[in-house]
Ligand binder design. Structure first.
Ligand code: GLN
Length: 207
């Protein structure tokens, strides 16, 4: 079984561990550089991306993690994890640090201007067996994706993030893959459906 770490500084660590185990991996929490060096892949859970980037620095994980991701470590970020992996953040905080790995621009709290959370059933490329039930909690969206980034799922969202709640809607990108890096704007760990984690464990096996 591949060893998949779950970054355990903040967020839904236990839920990700349980889903990874169900998806066929051996899941271990990661808090120190030594633990990071032992994993074949890493999940970055949701939480609060500015807090998490500060914790990454405090725990001495920021640079080692950047290096491993640049070296091809498979990574799966959900929500705040997606924000951390993005090349650039809109509406971020000045002290927000990026890990890189995903050549995308994300908008933080993008849907949150109108609603703090919502749920939707989304067709998800690479996941069979019907749509994935997606729970969004103060979620980002991907505003721009480079050519090498595959869009795996979209959801209807406001055309203007600062506009009226019932204004025009467009498809917003909420799941992407670039090489061995996956990210979802929603929380696949809390719905009891492990298919997104299975997809990631497959990516880890292939890497
Ligand atoms: N809004 C949070 C952030 O900016 C992300 C929310 C989440 O992970 N559920 O980091």
């Amino acid at each position: 079984r591949p060893v998949v770490g779950v970054l355990a500084l903040q967020g839904a660590v236990r839920e990700h561990v349980a889903m990874l185990e169900r998806a066929g991996a051996r899941a271990v929490p990661v808090r120190r550089p030594a633990e990071l060096s032992e994993v074949d892949g890493l999940v970055l859970p949701g939480g609060e991306s500015t807090t998490m980037s500060r914790l990454l620095e405090n725990f001495g994980l920021l640079e080692p993690l950047r290096e491993r991701i640049a070296g091809g470590l498979p990574a799966f970020g959900s929500c705040a994890g997606m924000i951390l992996l993005a090349r650039q953040v809109l509406d971020g905080r000045p002290d927000q640090r990026q890990l890189g790995g995903l050549d995308v621009v994300v908008r933080r709290n993008a849907f949150g201007r109108q609603v703090d959370s919502f749920e939707a059933d989304l067709p998800f490329a690479g996941v069979s067996g019907g749509p994935v039930h997606a729970v969004f909690i103060r979620a980002p969206w991907v505003e721009k994706a480079a050519d090498g980034v595959a869009v795996l799922a979209t959801v209807a969202g406001p055309a203007d993030p600062d506009g009226e709640p019932d204004g025009p809607r467009v498809d917003r990108i909420v799941a992407v893959r670039q090489g061995a890096v996956l990210a979802t704007a929603f929380h696949p760990e809390i719905t009891g459906d492990e298919r997104c984690h299975r997809l990631f464990v497959e990516v880890v096996r292939e890497a």
